[in-house]
Write a protein that binds this ligand. Sequence first.
Ligand code: ZN
Length: 269
Amino acid sequence: MQIFELTVYFLLGLAVGSFSNVCIYRLPIQQSIILPKSHCPSCKTPIPFYYNIPLFSYLYLRGQCVFCQNKITIRYFIVELSTALFFLFFGWKYGLSINLVYFLILIPVFIVIFFIDLKHLIIPDSLVLLIGILALGKLFLPNLDSIFASLYPSALGALIAFLFIGGLIVFYQYVRKIEGMGLGDLKLFVVLGFLFGIKGIMFILIVSSLSGVIIGSIILISKNKNFQSQLPFGPYIIIATLIYIFLGLPLINYTEKILIHYLQSIYLT
Ligand SMILES: [Zn+2]
């Protein structure tokens, strides 16, 4: 692939990452994501375009607002760089195709959910809906990557997610009288179940739960919070989903192969 094409994907990623930052800041406070123009969160001064260049502005301004000298969170830099690298990767992997379109929508949505839930403990419905639309749309797109499951595994995946997470929420609410997981987590799990099917959602359920329990416990102990404290679960779901996208399918297929081989060897001897 030409360097030029790859550069375009990277730059597009920077621009989309910049827009993602706007969404992360504005969606939870119900502000329009289009108008007004970008302004400093501290002093509200509109940011001129030459101070609003992805990556470089942050480095050049050394993480400070040029007008009020308040610190700018490193999140801006992280979101822009990670989005650009993901765009570069998927552009390289798929080239201009419907698969690429899917990932170039999904990745920013995942990143925005990660950071909004991390800070505000909510997962905006609009973002979950967007994943849901892609999950339905794939049924009409026969040339999509096999990571997007077909109808029956998808329906089963959504059902399993609904029953398992729904059951968990009911259990926490009525038995332990605490809010363990929110409805936002449930909705996200269900659309992911429909998008990636039964294998995918099993992987995401297991990996997110395990990492949630381990990392959550470390945070609770180190910050001396009690176990009633609310912790966001969305970030773990997103991390697990990204791991599934990059490693999940080969990992599952490999495990299946070994298992079948093992069962055959027992059966045949
Ligand atoms: Zn400022």
